[in-house]
Design a protein around this ligand. Structure first.
Ligand code: ZN
Length: 573
């Protein structure tokens, strides 16, 4: 169901004549699917047959003494400012730690965090294999007895984004105090990502303390050190795991991403991102002859660059929704299970084979920026530099345009659009163009554009949702939300695939497994308590303590369930 059926908007022109035939076939496939349901709901998994102490699952959420201990350890981790800055000296620069701290004082906090974790979680450090990869990434291996089963990898990151000094007085509690207020813990990293980091440590320590769980399936915990900047920590971890286990060697990878559940179209929905957009920085420089500003040309390089920026912004990327985007599947789920207005429902169902319905759906999604940018490549002119003196003509101007690439586009198609914009301005002003070190148009006496692609990342592969791994994960989540957290609500929670506009460390792990879920269990997200309102990457970041306990409770039984589920079984719907 997740394979692209017919990406209408991305059909190359030359296949146009074939389209009616393809459409007919696609329509039959879709109608066939409709009879089966576009969005089968996974069976809820009752953990009783899988876990050794089923009462513990609910207890974790209620045991005041345990909760206090967990919160104290969590708060302690927030108090260590393991900040990652955009530019950091790579830990492999020197093996002399003191020398490394001198070159990059920020690393010192990571050593502190490691020492703290070692002290707080003695059983993990005593009984499991804890390895440091490139000095600051942590790989924990809980060896399973059955090496034929693929290991599961659970990840989070140790680093947090910086807090600008200028904003300190706007924090209700100091950002690195880990203050507790009611059901909330405050501080940088409380919601991104020391909540998940600590919950995973808590779960493993708890299971070890009880001493009954002896996994058959190997469990790996991987914690990178610079998700918020360069992401090299996850790349190093991934290489290390790849060398040890090989390609496609993992059962699944579960990382940070969406949390909890929401109410949408009258249903309780668990959104699990199964893919994320690509990324590109378009760096464009313009070189022109200098001179005295008393005899200027009609347009200086700054003026020409302004024309280019205007051109870039006036020609938008085209929005598109096809089966290449998990959002299409999510909408189908809502059409099937939600209370959704009739014409919208019909547009959603027909969108994959009816161009008119697709167009109407695109219009509907484009109205709201939160969905608009899930179906369109974005372009944001974020940095501009140029000019040095008021009496000298600028000889050099540069801009950086940041793109998040949609599921239907690529790094190539994105850069082609920008290159076309550059060409149109270069022609007008008789300028040369160098693109990725290749001369496209010879430099002229007026100067030239130099266009370079940086931090390019293709849109991620989309994780399938017709696998045992998906059904087990979502079936176990249903139990948490329906039976543990909301008994008496009598609602069936619907897990849907989602698409993420931002990137996570998961981008480093594509070759290790197709089953990548960017999600952690949490409380229900009500209006006004989304990521923005919770101060993620901003002021007064906070996280819910009951949400944190829900994460621990879930992993406590989920790890015992996946331990006994076979690999790669395709569930026939
Ligand atoms: Zn994060």
């Amino acid at each position: 169901m997740n394979d692209p059926l017919l990406p209408i908007n991305s059909q190359p022109k030359r296949t146009k004549k074939l389209l009616p035939k393809v459409l007919a076939v696609a329509a039959i496939v879709v109608l066939f699917q409709l009879s089966d349901g576009l969005c089968p709901i996974s069976d809820k998994i009752d953990p009783a047959p899988y876990v050794y102490d089923v009462s513990k699952i609910g207890q974790i959420l209620k045991d005041k003494e345990y909760i206090d201990e967990v919160v104290e350890r969590w708060s302690g981790a927030i108090q260590i400012p393991s900040v990652s800055n955009d530019v950091m000296v790579n830990p492999n620069t020197t093996d002399d730690l003191e020398e490394l701290y001198r070159l990059e004082p920020a690393w010192k906090q990571f050593t502190k965090l490691h020492e703290y974790l070692e002290k707080q979680y003695p059983l993990i450090h005593k009984h499991l294999k804890v390895e440091k990869v490139n000095k600051f990434s942590i790989l924990i291996t809980w060896q399973g007895s059955n090496t034929k089963q693929k290991p599961i990898l659970l990840t989070a990151h140790q680093d947090v984004v910086p807090v600008p000094d200028e904003t300190l007085d706007q924090w209700k509690y100091p950002p690195f105090s880990g203050a507790v207020d009611g059901d909330r813990i405050y501080g940088r990293g409380s919601g991104d990502c020391k909540d998940l980091l600590m919950a995973l440590f808590e779960t493993a320590e708890l299971l070890l303390k009880e001493g009954k769980f002896q996994p058959q399936r190997t469990i790996l915990f991987g914690f990178g050190y610079d998700e918020e900047s360069q992401g090299t920590g996850a790349v190093e971890l991934s290489k290390f795991i790849f060398e040890r286990y090989g390609p496609e060697s993992l059962y699944a990878l579960i990382d940070e991403g969406d949390q909890g559940y929401v109410q949408q179209f009258g249903r309780y929905v668990i959104p699990i991102p199964t893919g994320e957009k690509g990324h590109l920085n378009s760096e464009i420089e313009l070189f022109t002859p200098g001179g005295h500003s008393s005899v200027p040309p009609k347009h200086t390089s700054i003026g020409i660059m302004a024309k280019l920026i205007d051109r870039i912004e006036s020609v938008d990327f085209s929005p598109a929704i096809t089966n290449a985007n998990p959002l299409m599947n999510a909408l189908q789920c809502m059409a099937e299970h939600g209370q959704i207005e009739k014409s919208l429902k019909s547009d959603i169902i027909k969108a994959v084979f009816d161009a008119n319905a697709n167009k109407k759906l695109v219009e509907y999604l484009s109205k709201d920026p939160s969905t608009e940018f899930l179906i369109k490549t974005s372009q944001a002119v974020d940095i501009i530099q140029g000019g040095v003196k008021s009496n000298a003509l600028p000889e050099y101007v540069s801009v950086v345009v940041n793109h998040r690439i949609s599921a239907e586009e690529s790094v190539e198609s994105t850069s082609k659009k920008i290159l076309d914009d550059i060409k149109s301005i270069a022609t007008k002003f008789d300028l040369g163009i160098v693109f990725e070190n290749k001369t496209i148009v010879e430099k002229t006496k007026n100067g030239y554009f130099n266009y370079v692609l940086n931090e390019s990342l293709e849109p991620s592969p989309i994780s399938p949702i017709d696998t045992a791994a998906w059904n087990t994960f979502t079936g176990a989540l249903r139990y948490l939300y329906e039976d543990v957290m909301n008994p008496g609500l009598n609602e069936t929670f619907v897990a849907i695939p989602a698409y993420a506009a931002g990137n996570t460390d998961t981008k480093a792990y594509w070759d290790l497994t197709a089953n990548i879920y960017r999600y952690s269990p949490y409380i229900g997200i009500v209006e006004g308590e989304d990521e923005v309102a919770r101060g993620i990457h901003s002021l007064n970041e906070w996280s819910s303590i009951s949400g944190h306990m829900a994460t621990i409770s879930f992993y406590y039984y989920y790890l015992q369930i996946v331990d006994q589920i076979a690999d790669d079984t395709l569930i026939s719907q």
